[in-house]
Design a protein around this ligand. Structure first.
Ligand code: ZN
Ligand code: ZN
Length: 234
């Protein structure tokens, strides 16, 4: 009984803290407006963890990276970005990216160097690497959403639920609409049977496990809960 009450109190405090944080950010943003910068809230595309980024609204993001990267490095990023945006999955293989090094603007770059530059993009949170494939980091999505929408208007994909920019997610095999993994998880949470929100056909993908702040707090007290639960499959 005691335990349950403490848990409930912790959860209420958690929600209040989030609301306070959001009020606080709104206040800051009303001041930042005149400087063309803003704190944007987003979420990671794979498990929906909250992410905040200070976003410059005045300059194009790739040119803003110019202070940290050389011309040929920036062009490598643009090429990778293009492959990611054009791909069906939201991932570009390192092989496909490295095959474009001969076309880069600026100083000539070897494939070995290009591999290191890609790692630099990963360290700086512009890209994420998973099993030799690259996708955009949520930091990059937050900072570059506007730029990506304007630069690749025909290739960009959006989420049917939150209407935000979508790089990786699930799609309906019948009508083709797409959803972020965290949006899929939220949308189907209480549905008895997952059906496409657009065409109502059966949703054939696995419903992903996503970030849950309450679960995370519990896991903090007992590490045993950290095991991924895949039992749903059997
Ligand atoms: Zn979404
Ligand atoms: Zn559909």
């Amino acid at each position: 009984m005691e335990e349950g009450r403490a848990e409930r109190r912790r959860r209420t405090e958690g929600t209040a803290a989030v609301e306070e944080l959001e009020d606080f950010i709104n206040n800051i943003n009303s001041v930042l407006e005149s400087l063309y910068i803003e704190i944007k809230k987003g979420a990671t595309e794979d498990d929906g963890r909250p992410v905040y980024a200070l976003v410059n609204l005045a300059t194009t993001p790739v040119s803003k990276m110019a202070s940290d990267f050389a011309e040929n490095e920036l062009d490598l990023f643009r090429k990778a970005l293009e492959l990611i945006i054009d791909s069906e999955t939201g991932f570009a293989s390192s092989t496909n990216i490295l095959n474009l090094v001969d076309q880069l603007k600026g100083k000539k770059m070897r494939k070995k160097e290009a591999e290191q530059v890609l790692q630099k993009f990963v360290q700086n949170k512009w890209l994420i690497e998973k099993e030799g494939e690259f996708t955009l980091h949520s930091r990059a999505i937050l900072e570059m959403e506007q730029y990506i929408r304007e630069t690749y208007p025909d290739a960009v994909k959006t989420c049917n639920i939150c209407h935000g920019l979508l790089i990786q997610g699930q799609s309906c095999e019948t009508c083709g609409i797409r959803m972020h993994l965290p949006c899929v998880a939220k949308y189907f949470r209480s549905a008895p049977e997952p059906r496409c929100p657009h065409c109502n056909d059966y949703w054939p993908h696995e419903i992903p496990e996503v970030f849950n702040p309450d679960k995370e707090r519990e896991a903090g007290t007992s590490k045993a809960n950290k095991k991924p639960s895949r039992s749903r499959q059997h």
